[in-house]
Design a protein around this ligand. Structure first.
Ligand SMILES: Nc1nc2c(ncn2[C@@H]2O[C@H](COP(=O)(O)OP(=O)(O)OP(=O)(O)O)[C@@H](O)[C@H]2O)c(=O)[nH]1
Ligand SMILES: [Mg+2]
Length: 408
């Protein structure tokens, strides 16, 4: 029987908050990303609600007037999920759920949901499951309020409370089971990585959806899944790449995001070990994205969190084919020229001036400037390789151009 592909998107609304001294435009940009996350998770955003608040309401995060407005909208439009950009406390989540009577997710819950959908291998599934249980544990009491309502609240308190405790125990047992399982796999993977010998290891890192897998496919002629959604890649792929008879290992791994849930960073430890143990990082950036500088910051933050802040890095600015700067008319004397008006050339100059890193601008999709990219990678890998194997220095010419492929 033919399977009919269901394309039903669940109706959702987004809720953002403008904090003191925060730029409202920034909040809209965050909500743009939250909308992309929602779409990736299988939701369709009907509306965004934004409120300016001094301090979050401890009970419902946003104010009661706004909550009323949202409640009406949720009822009238049969909304399935209400998604908050900020992290909610278990109590807030429970209170809001009581009032709106639909699924309440925060950013972390949404990201965990996408990871759960996308985890293919048993290893990735175990990592995600652990992160989900750790997220769930403090929220268990909230789950029981549903049952209270279904069964009627009176007389439920005693057994209800006991059941929460039983539930907590089950979840805790499950967490330690998963941790044991991961520790075993981590050990295996550590051994596997050890068995790869002393080849130079290069790891691609970057924000999600910047084109890491696309670049991996172009460079290593492999076939890693790439698509225009967030977190296409969860499992690490490692390929042996040879540039001018110089072999090295290249890995493609999970993308980062602003406020990457800590539970995920924890349980993806082994995946991130690939980055930690690399000799060289390629930090891939989507220069066509309006917030690419924020993205670089977020990635650097995660790198810092996992102890990789000072690793040797090549900054790879991708998607130059898609980059459009804002135009500034010559007779416009009012608008101040900012980095939004920069040409690619100006970005190159700006980034080359920032000391420390090598910089290259490419399009992985249109295969633009890949020769320069290969040369940069070759030179850096060569330096590391020669420091490791000084005796076969002569095998690897100073410049990739000097290398003649014997088969040509
Ligand atoms: N225009 C343009 N699009 C690109 C380029 N490189 C990649 N893309 C597109 O960007 C989207 C994301 O590419 P991926 O390679 O999956 O990105 P990724 O960094 O591996 O993403 P995750 O695995 O989700 O973190 C895909 O639709 C690609 O076709 C490029 O140079 N130019
Ligand atoms: Mg990918």
């Amino acid at each position: 029987m033919l399977e009919i592909k269901k394309n039903e998107y669940e109706k959702a609304i987004l809720i953002g908050v403008i904090h003191k001294n925060q730029d409202p435009e920034k909040v809209q940009e965050y909500l743009d990303e939250l909308e992309f996350l929602t779409y990736t998770a299988g939701g369709e955003v009907l509306r965004r609600f934004v409120q300016r608040i001094e301090t979050p309401n401890p009970k419902t995060y946003i104010g009661s007037g706004k909550m009323q407005e949202i409640e009406t909208f949720v009822d009238e439009n049969k909304i399935g999920s209400v998604i908050f950009d900020d992290e909610l406390s278990p109590v807030q989540q429970r209170n809001i759920e009581k009032q709106l009577r639909c699924k309440i997710l925060d950013r972390t819950g949404l990201i965990l949901d996408i990871f759960a959908q996308r985890a293919k291998t048993s290893y990735a599934r175990t990592q995600v499951e652990l992160a989900q249980y750790e997220y769930l544990l403090p929220r268990l009491a909230g789950l029981w309020t549903h049952l209270e309502r279904q069964r009627g609240g009176i007389g439920m308190r005693g057994p209800g409370e006991r059941e929460i405790e039983t539930d907590r125990r089950i979840v805790r047992d499950r967490i330690s089971l998963l941790k044991d399982k991961l520790a075993k796999i981590d050990k295996q993977m550590g051994t596997q990585r050890g068995n790869r010998g002393s080849l130079v290891r290069v790891a691609m890192v970057g924000y999600t959806n910047v084109g890491k897998s696309t670049l991996m496919n172009v460079i290593s002629k492999s076939d890693v899944f790439a698509e225009n959604k967030l977190f296409a890649t969860l499992d690490t792929t490692v390929r042996k790449v040879v540039l001018g008879n110089l072999p090295f290992l290249l890995s493609d791994t999970v993308g980062f995001i602003r406020k990457l849930p800590t539970q995920l960073v924890e349980s993806f430890k082994s995946t991130l070990d690939e980055v930690r143990e690399a000799d060289l990082l390629l930090h891939v950036v989507d220069i066509s994205h309006a917030n690419f500088e924020d993205h670089i910051e977020s990635v650097n933050q995660v790198l810092k969190d996992i102890g990789c802040a000072n690793k040797q890095t090549i900054m790879v600015f991708n998607k130059i084919d898609q980059y459009v700067q804002e135009t500034l008319e010559e007779d416009d004397l009012v608008t101040v020229r900012t980095s939004k008006h920069f040409t690619i050339e100006e970005w190159k100059r700006t980034w080359m001036q920032k000391a420390g890193n090598e910089v290259v601008f490419i399009s992985a999709l249109q295969k633009e400037n890949l020769d320069e990219f290969r040369k940069k990678v070759y030179n850096e890998v060569r330096k590391i390789h020669i420091s490791r194997f000084p005796y076969n220095n002569f095998l690897y010419p100073e410049n990739l151009d000097e290398y003649q492929n014997p088969e040509e």
